[in-house]
Design a protein around this ligand. Structure first.
Ligand SMILES: Cc1ncc(COP(=O)(O)O)c(C=O)c1O
Length: 379
């Protein structure tokens, strides 16, 4: 076992001022959704160029509500990348729609828009792409395609809070956009998420979807016309969100510096395939640093390599398994070979530690450990 502290592959940074702020909320007598949620939503809206933003208990909740807001249900199809997190598949299925997978690009890992075009049918209601850190989906091409074919776009922006498309924050443009504030993301509310909508009337329609389906009547009683969810963010979490959003630029700068260090350390004889380095580096946020392992040329499996890193106190992740090959995905008729790029990434990907609490020496330790294992395992 290693004597150095275990390096998690992701995690939050929570300062004492934030912790004190949470204590104040806990003592205030109002701990569920209230003034701090309004403050958080207002700050998020400013971040998103003035568009209305609704805070939720998770990005998963925000995606479910976005699908319902777009009127998507049984008989409808939603096109999404097979290389994403399970929630994308789960929520499409949960609202009763059919997931239609397409492959992704090997370099950017983003949904292949050419394949999206080919997958559109009369039943297609939405495209749901996941933005990859460092390499965003081409927003111009995506929105032009959606407009041309008359379908909605639900951007899964869980990994790219703080990334910019042509100088504007992701969330400030587009149709429906969802963010995650899970502790592994660029900023956190413990659990939490947000949905960006187009206008006040859509924002109003989110309220009952987020809170029991309740609407408020003039006589101060309530009505329910459909079974809404229960996804309102408590004030305790929103208080953390307000503090984290203010610190987001600093968190992103630290993540960028760590990524620069990864590129620098891996520059000569990289032991794995590195992600592309964006030309507009300052406009990109790095939620993860995911590499591809040259497994065909190694005598170890990915599990063995991860176990060896674990034994040296280094945590890693898999981002992501192939959605079409999980048990739920296969129920829609998908099988091995359907999406070769997604499947290759699912086999070879390894997410290395990256979070704003790390320092350059942590990156050096990871790079040295990965390089040593790979060099030893070269077939
Ligand atoms: C790409 C992506 N989308 C959505 C989510 C869901 O986020 P949440 O945990 O806030 O529901 C995750 C979570 O890890 C994710 O990685």
């Amino acid at each position: 076992m290693s004597s150095v502290p275990y390096l998690k592959f992701a995690g939050p940074v929570l300062d004492e001022a934030t912790i004190a702020g949470v204590a104040d909320v806990l003592r205030s007598g109002w701990i569920t959704s209230g003034p701090w949620v309004r403050e958080f939503e207002s700050a998020l809206s400013t971040f998103c160029g003035g568009r209305p933003v609704k805070a939720m208990t998770s990005a998963t909740a925000a995606i479910e509500v976005a699908l319902q807001l777009a009127g998507i249900g049984p008989g409808d199809e939603v096109i999404t990348s097979a290389q994403s997190f399970f929630t994308v598949l789960n929520m499409i299925v949960k609202v009763g729609a059919t997931p239609v997978f397409v492959d992704c690009d090997l370099v950017t890992r983003n949904i292949d828009l050419g394949e999206v075009e080919a997958a559109i049918t009369a039943r297609t209601k939405a495209i749901m792409p996941t933005h990859w850190p460092g390499t965003l989906v081409d927003m111009d091409a995506l929105l032009a395609l959606a407009r041309r074919r008359g379908i909605r776009v639900i951007e899964d922006a869980a990994l790219v809070m703080g990334s910019q498309w042509q100088g504007r924050n992701i969330g400030a443009i587009g149709d429906l956009v969802t963010f995650s504030f899970h502790p592994n993301k660029n900023m956190t509310t413990i659990e939490g998420g947000a949905l960006v909508v187009n206008d006040a009337s859509e924002a109003k329609r989110v309220d009952p979807l987020r809170f029991h389906g309740i609407t408020y009547l003039p006589d101060r009683t309530r009505d329910v016309a459909f079974p809404g969810g229960k996804f309102n963010l408590p004030d305790v979490n929103a208080r953390i969100g307000v503090a984290q959003l203010a610190q987001l630029p600093a968190f992103l700068a630290q993540r960028r510096a760590l990524v620069d260090r990864y590129f620098e350390r891996f520059m000569t004889d990289p032991p794995c395939v590195l992600p592309p380095r964006p030309s507009d580096g300052d406009g990109q946020s790095w939620n993860m640093f995911s590499v591809l392992l040259p497994l065909g040329r190694l005598t170890v499996t990915r599990k063995e390599l991860r176990d060896a890193l674990d034994a040296q106190g280094i945590g890693t992740g898999v981002s992501y398994e192939a959605l079409h090959l999980c048990t739920l995905g296969r129920r829609y008729g998908y099988k091995e070979g359907d999406f070769p790029v997604t499947e290759r990434i699912a086999r070879e990907t390894l997410t290395l530690p990256l979070h704003a609490g790390m320092v350059a020496a942590d990156v050096d330790r990871v790079c040295a450990a990965v390089t040593a294992i790979v060099q030893q395992a070269r077939a």
